[in-house]
Ligand binder design. Structure first.
Ligand code: FAD
Ligand code: NAI
Length: 491
């Protein structure tokens, strides 16, 4: 193949596939190159998020939460379940079915939008122009194992190559005893004892899954503070609930010294926060210590694509790289590693390319990283947007806070999910909302209202004047807004 496209997207995760679809909607002839293969060795679109990330983890969180409810929560409703059991292979098969439907769905969306999908690893080549040709397109070499290399040419490139798990030399992943996120999503039986290095987002979500299914789960976290990026008060409440109710054992401030895997499982030696040596024996170990941007084999050096000191592709606020007509989005660039962030950057770049093509100077749409919602799908769920109380203090910003507990919310009582609260932080003078922090039931859904309010520069008074349905969890947000002015009704 030697076709000239308007846009070539490298990577078909939530950044790349969404960018490709938006480009196609805007009339750009688009190709999307992706190298992901599933366990059956077949190409599978959707990147980390659909194959081994957001979607499969949420499928398992739902299954395990149903099991937990049936075993422990139904009884207070007067529902008795006898002989309760869980069929792990069936649960994993359900997860796989969801993944297959979604990854296959992207292929259909590509067909519908007339996007050319090319399977293989893309490597940037020197510009045609620089090699003496008279057009200004870029070339990408695509290799897919033994198959013949292909060449793709395009006027614009969007790099969306995502991220891969950060590895720990002291705990090499062997896919038997020591697993990364992909292995942790595919276990065929519940390990009796599960250790996790890293009490971040993956550790907490996947730890919750296997804890609810019966594993004894111990998380070993290097940082002294639990969930240090979240609002301190939220982190404290979440720690209490996750250790007390979910039953996770979380050790912070540890230093891993060694791991040793054998037929009996894996032994982890570490120094605890009081400087005492400790040893933990587990059947399985999950390593979840963050992710690194994926630029391996991209040919960045050869074409002079600039990376920053941490290995991310350097971009400006519009995701423009150091090279003309080459953009980068999602996990491979600065900012939170979140699927919705990747997708929104993809849309913004597609619109920028399309507006430039129409002779305008280029759309000024950019994604505001300060308005990015975060959700951790544990029970209780954790969600936030904007500034935390500790960052406002550190920045010397004068603020007011309003807070409302789910314990005093009628819907939360009816659900039997009363842990947690909603907190709103507003500027002391202007009353503009600066941050919203939640821990509690279904806050993954409730956070959207806070994002809309903040995007429209709402004040806490605006939220306090908006009617919220009764009884609903969203009334807690309303009451927290009233609380900023010390006039909450039900507390
Ligand atoms: P990716 O999804 O990583 O996709 C990149 C694609 O590019 C891959 O298919 C890769 O194979 C391909 N590729 C790489 N290099 C090349 C190349 N040279 N040529 C061709 N193809 C290439 N985020 C959320 O917002 N919510 C969640 O609930 C959530 N849960 C998660 C759970 C887990 C267990 C994990 C691991 C992550 C989770 N994330 C979640 C994070 C989310 O998955 C990522 O932020 C998101 O996938 C990033 O999208 P992306 O398009 O930038 O990259
Ligand atoms: P993370 O950054 O959330 O957590 C990693 C944790 O490991 C940190 O707390 C870190 O201090 C700790 N750590 C690092 N080195 C360590 C060591 N040597 N010993 C002990 N602890 C160590 O990264 P995680 O959990 O791997 O997830 C990667 C990313 O994927 C997240 O940051 C997030 O962007 C995304 N994700 C998002 C989800 C969501 O939106 N619900 C769910 C899962 C992942």
């Amino acid at each position: 193949m030697d076709n000239l496209f308007d846009v070539a997207v490298i990577g078909a995760g939530p950044g790349g596939y969404v960018a490709a679809i938006r480009c196609a909607q805007l009339g750009l002839n688009t190709v999307c190159i992706d190298d992901w293969k599933n366990e059956q060795g077949k190409p599978s679109l959707g990147g980390t998020c659909l194959n081994v990330g957001c979607i499969p983890s949420k499928a398992l969180l739902e299954s395990s939460e149903n099991f937990e409810r049936a075993g422990h929560k139904f009884v207070e409703h007067g529902i008795k379940v006898e002989g309760l059991s869980i069929d792990i292979p069936a649960m994993i098969a359900r997860k796989d079915k969801i993944v297959k439907a979604f990854t296959g769905g992207i292929g259909m969306l590509f067909k519908k939008n007339k996007i050319t999908a090319v399977h293989g690893r893309g490597m940037l080549q020197k510009r045609y122009q620089e090699r003496g040709n008279d057009d200004d397109s870029w070339e990408i070499r695509v290799s897919a194992g033994d198959e013949k290399e292909q060449s793709v040419r395009a006027r614009h490139i969007i790099i969306a190559t995502g991220s891969t798990p950060r590895t720990l030399k002291l705990a090499p992943v062997d896919d038997v005893n020591v697993l990364d996120n992909a292995g942790a999503l595919a276990l065929q039986q519940t390990p009796a004892k599960l250790a996790i290095i890293g009490a971040g987002v993956i550790g907490l979500e996947l730890g919750s899954v296997w804890r609810r299914l019966g594993a004894e789960v111990t998380l070993l976290e290097a940082q002294a503070d639990f969930l240090s990026t979240a609002d301190e008060q939220v982190a404290k409440e979440a720690y209490k609930a996750l250790t007390r109710d979910t039953g996770l054992v979380i050790h912070t401030g540890v230093e891993i010294k060694s791991t040793e895997a054998d037929n009996d499982g894996v032994k982890i030696d570490y120094i605890d926060r009081d400087n005492n040596p400790q040893s933990l024996q587990a059947d399985k170990l999950i390593v979840a210590v963050g992710r690194i941007p994926n630029t391996v084999g991209l040919g960045a050096d050869a074409v002079g694509l600039q990376l920053d000191e941490r290995g991310y592709i350097s971009v400006d606020e519009f995701c423009q790289t150091s090279l003309q007509n080459v953009y980068a989005i999602g996990d491979v660039v600065r900012g939170p590693m979140l699927a919705h962030k990747a997708s929104e950057e993809g849309v913004a770049v597609a619109e920028r390319i399309a507006s430039g093509r129409q002779g305008e100077s280029g759309s000024s749409i950019h994604v505001d990283l300060g308005m990015m919602p975060w959700v951790i799908y544990t029970a209780p769920e954790i969600a936030w947007v904007g500034k935390t109380e500790q960052t406002l203090k550190a920045d010397g910003v004068a603020y007011k806070a309003g807070q409302f507990p789910f314990m005093a919310n009628g819907r939360a009582r009816a659900l039997g999910e009363t842990t947690g609260f909603v907190k709103i932080l507003a500027d002391a003078e202007s009353d503009r909302i600066l941050g919203v922090h939640m821990v509690g039931p279904y806050v993954s859904e409730m956070i959207a209202e806070a994002v809309v309010a903040m995007e429209f520069s709402a004040s806490s008074e605006d939220l306090a004047r908006i009617v919220h349905a009764h009884p609903s969890l969203s009334e807690s947000l309303h009451e927290a807004a009233l609380g900023v002015d010390k006039r909450a009704i039900h507390i």
